[in-house]
Ligand binder design. Structure first.
Ligand code: MN
Length: 485
């Protein structure tokens, strides 16, 4: 990827906020001066990093306080610069944004001490007050993930896991799907390189096989819409590698994925969305249960669109995503698309809108006003807002994904049926644990087996949460009963 220069950034800002250039230049000089002795793991000057962040933010047409905070986001943590100085040279808002991002970097959800809980609570509540902190932090993580190749393997694994646990859910809550998709796919590539490679290969083959079909369908629908006076923009899309991986975990095979191939149809207004839907259904047979009207019923992160899957040529399943250009902007940028809407710094109005529309902000406000205990607040936030999955390691360092609440028995069955069936003990992070031990993120797990034991007990059924483990245990019990009879 080409590195961004200050001139690229300035050009971008000129296109939508030319009057802010002096402020931009001042921030750049300030950060460059403080970071001047530092280099990135890649050997490049450190300033490359804040510059890239500012550029990504500028692409979303962020306001100047956000851009400046993006440029300054690491100076307080890593250099002699202070928050007071930033407030004096810039303003209070920028100080608060930089402060928020710095604190968010230090968030440690696994620390169960009261003092830490008090801090986490403060930070979470402040995020709800100014979501720009989340956006800067997400973009910071995005650039760090893009340049992860320069870090040690251990760091890569840690960052990739943390990204899936905390940043991906955050990106989802604020509806920033473009950032979310990229974060997920980079993390996946580092965590499961060979699986990533396999899926990517299959995906590329599928692309070759189907591009003609999809182009034909696109022009067919385009003509139909034209005849009916609807102007539309199209985009052919293949499901990304991480989403395919998630689907493969639940479905039988690649061919069964119903939204592997999709065509995005962008139109001017809602009426045209429904018209397009009708025309598509007249032309192709829709499959049952695959119609979703997120326009009538938007997702909690404000995503709006119509989805329908139809039988295309060769019986291939083709998904259509139909939405307006405005809905598309929300789909890509999430709440950052509000930046376009409230150009004149109408931040109070924006905040009101966010609180009413985004479940994320409603949840934080609700939890904050109903829960007094800080430790409970943090654990509820973690449970309700962050990843519903945990990631643990095998002894050989392989990452295993399990649902929250999974025990060592779930783990054993996930590795192999025989391991589950013959397990007698478990060791987590070098300590023996009981079989109902609930796993936590980044645990290192070793299962002790004994082929002579081979006796999953009925009571294990209460100690597992995965269907996989439940089924295997029941299979075993049933087989044994049959043998006894
Ligand atoms: Mn940074």
């Amino acid at each position: 990827m080409k590195n961004i220069t200050y001139n690229d950034l300035e050009k971008k800002i000129l296109s939508y906020a030319p009057f802010e250039i002096p402020k931009l230049r001042k921030a750049y000089e300030y950060a460059k001066n403080y970071h001047k002795e530092q280099t990135r793991a890649s050997g490049e000057p450190y300033i490359i990093h804040p510059l890239n962040i500012a550029y990504i933010l500028a692409n979303m047409q962020a306001d100047m306080d956000t851009i400046v905070a993006g440029i300054l986001h690491d100076v307080v943590e890593d250099t002699e610069s202070t928050l007071d100085e930033i407030e004096k040279k810039f303003n209070k808002t920028i100080r608060d944004l930089v402060d928020g991002v710095t604190k968010m970097t230090k968030l440690d959800f696994d620390n169960k001490k009261e003092l830490s809980a008090v801090n986490i609570r403060k930070i979470i509540v402040s995020l709800a007050r100014d979501p720009r902190i989340i956006i800067i932090k997400l973009v910071d993580r995005l650039h760090n993930m893009r340049t992860l190749e320069y870090k040690s393997e251990k760091k890569q694994q840690e960052k990739a896991l943390e990204t899936l646990e905390i940043y991906v859910p955050l990106a989802y809550y604020i509806g920033a799907s473009k950032i979310k998709d990229e974060l997920e796919n980079i993390a996946f590539r580092y965590l499961k390189p060979s699986l990533y490679g396999d899926i990517n290969k299959q995906r590329e083959e599928l692309k070759k096989e189907t591009s003609d079909i999809l182009n034909d369908i696109q022009s067919k629908i385009e003509n139909l819409l034209k005849k009916n006076g609807v102007k539309a923009k199209f985009e052919i899309r293949y499901k990304d590698n991480y989403s395919i991986y998630k689907k493969l975990l639940t479905k039988i095979n690649f061919e069964m994925i119903h939204d592997m191939l999709s065509i995005k149809v962008l139109v001017k207004n809602t009426r045209d969305c429904y018209l397009a839907l009708m025309l598509i259904h007249e032309e192709f047979t829709p499959i049952n249960n695959r119609f979703k009207d997120y326009i009538a019923k938007p997702k909690t992160n404000m995503y709006k669109s119509i989805h329908t899957t139809v039988f295309g040529p060769d019986n291939r399943l083709i998904q259509f995503q139909i939405r307006t250009f405005e809905m598309e902007r929300v789909a890509i940028y999430g709440l950052t698309s509000y930046w376009f809407k409230y150009k004149n710094n109408a931040r109070i109005e924006m905040q009101k809108d966010l609180e009413e529309n985004f479940q994320f902000f409603k949840s934080i406000k609700e939890l904050d006003s109903t829960i007094l205990d800080n430790i409970e607040f943090v654990s509820r936030i973690k449970k309700e807002l962050f990843s519903s999955n945990i990631y643990v390691y095998t002894t050989s360092g392989e990452v295993i994904e399990l649902p929250n609440g999974a025990t060592v028995i779930d783990f054993a069955y996930k590795i192999h049926t025989d391991i589950g069936n013959s397990m007698v003990a478990a060791i987590v992070n070098d300590e023996a644990v009981s079989l109902d031990y609930v796993l936590e993120n980044q645990d290192r797990v070793r299962i002790i087996t004994d082929n002579k034991a081979y006796v999953p007990k009925e009571e294990w059924l209460d100690k597992v949460v995965t269907t996989n483990a439940k089924n295997k245990i029941m299979d075993f019990i049933k087989e044994n009963e049959d043998n006894l009879n």
